[in-house]
Design a protein around this ligand. Structure first.
Ligand code: CP
Ligand code: NVA
Length: 302
């Protein structure tokens, strides 16, 4: 039987992303418990709060049983090959989900897996986060077509997936990233091809946030980059979302952050803990988004 993977947002079409968002908002008892009696493997090479809990609960809500496994237990290419791990687990489970340091590991899993492979964050992409992000923006802002999303900081896994999802929904995208930590021209072109109303990248945060309906940021130092944190703090010093920056966005703009946050670095306390902040609804939407994605992969239609 053919199956779909969810390693990147662009693994689904714009229409299918809409379907996933609809499934995320469908009452649980109308989804038909597509994982009833089924196992879902969840391998984590890195720590997690939101992804582990939201995914485990989404599996339970769909009738399945999540099996959490730490990366070192299976030991990708240490204890046995990625390919052997994948093909063994595919015989026990209906879905294979992994959080990995190297995106290439997910690609290798997908190449040999007979069941869907789900990216729970890699160094390259965080598509489950992006589904929750656009769901949260839709709930706050309504139809996202023609609305403006700004992302400020490191153009990382979270930023890349957010841009892909926002592009598919027809948003204007404004990036504020320092040189060397920004999106390459071919990626900017890719967002246009996915449907972005426009895509602009600036070095100056105060320009990047102008008129934004949603202002996003993320940590300056992602998991796996800890040795670069001092260097990054120096480079990203001017990239904090402050009240002054939020005042340049749309007056009703929302502030978003995938979390974990570093108050006083990428965002001021007064912004993340202020009235425009959507961080907790955004985090809670991770569970609804996960349920929508998993139901979609199990063949449920909205
Ligand atoms: N946003 C996110 O993925 O959080 P965790 O690392 O806690 O899962
Ligand atoms: N960019 C961050 C996101 C954490 C959820 C990281 O990869 O560590």
């Amino acid at each position: 039987m053919t199956h779909r993977n969810f390693l990147h947002i662009y693994d689904v079409s714009a229409h299918e992303l809409g379907e996933i968002l609809a499934l995320a908002q469908t009452p649980i008892d109308q989804l038909g418990y597509p994982l009833r009696g089924a196992g879902v493997a969840m391998i984590f090479e890195k720590p997690s709060n939101r992804t582990r809990h939201s995914m485990e609960m989404a599996v339970v809500q769909l009738g399945g049983h999540p099996v959490y496994t730490r990366g070192e237990e299976v030991g990708f290419d240490v204890r046995e090959s990625v390919e052997d791990i994948t093909q063994v687990m595919a015989g026990y489970h209906s879905l294979l989900c992994a959080r990995v340091f190297d995106h290439g590991v997910l690609l290798r899993m997908a190449a040999v897996s007979s069941i869907p492979v789900v990216n729970m964050l890699s160094d390259f992409a965080h598509p489950l986060q992006a589904v929750a992000d656009v769901l949260t923006m839709q709930q706050s802002l309504g139809d996202l077509s023609g609305k403006t999303v700004s992302y400020v900081g490191d153009f990382n896994n979270v930023a890349r997936s957010l841009c892909e999802a926002s592009a598919m929904l027809g948003m204007h995208i404004r990036l504020g990233c320092p040189e060397g930590y920004d999106a390459h021209d071919n990626e900017l072109l890719g967002f246009t091809e996915l449907g972005a109303a426009s895509i602009e990248q600036y070095r100056d945060v105060s320009i990047a946030v102008q008129g934004a309906h949603a202002v996003h940021t993320d940590t300056w130092t992602s998991m796996g980059q800890e040795s670069e944190s001092a260097e990054r703090e120096a480079i990203f010093g001017g990239y904090q979302i402050t009240d002054a920056m939020m005042s340049l966005a749309d007056p009703k703009a929302i502030f978003m952050h995938c979390l974990p946050a570093h108050r006083g670095q990428e965002v001021a306390d007064s912004v993340i803990d202020g009235p425009q902040s959507m961080i907790y609804p955004q985090a809670h939407n991770r569970m609804h988004a996960a349920r929508g994605v998993l139901a979609f992969l199990m063949g449920v239609s909205a």
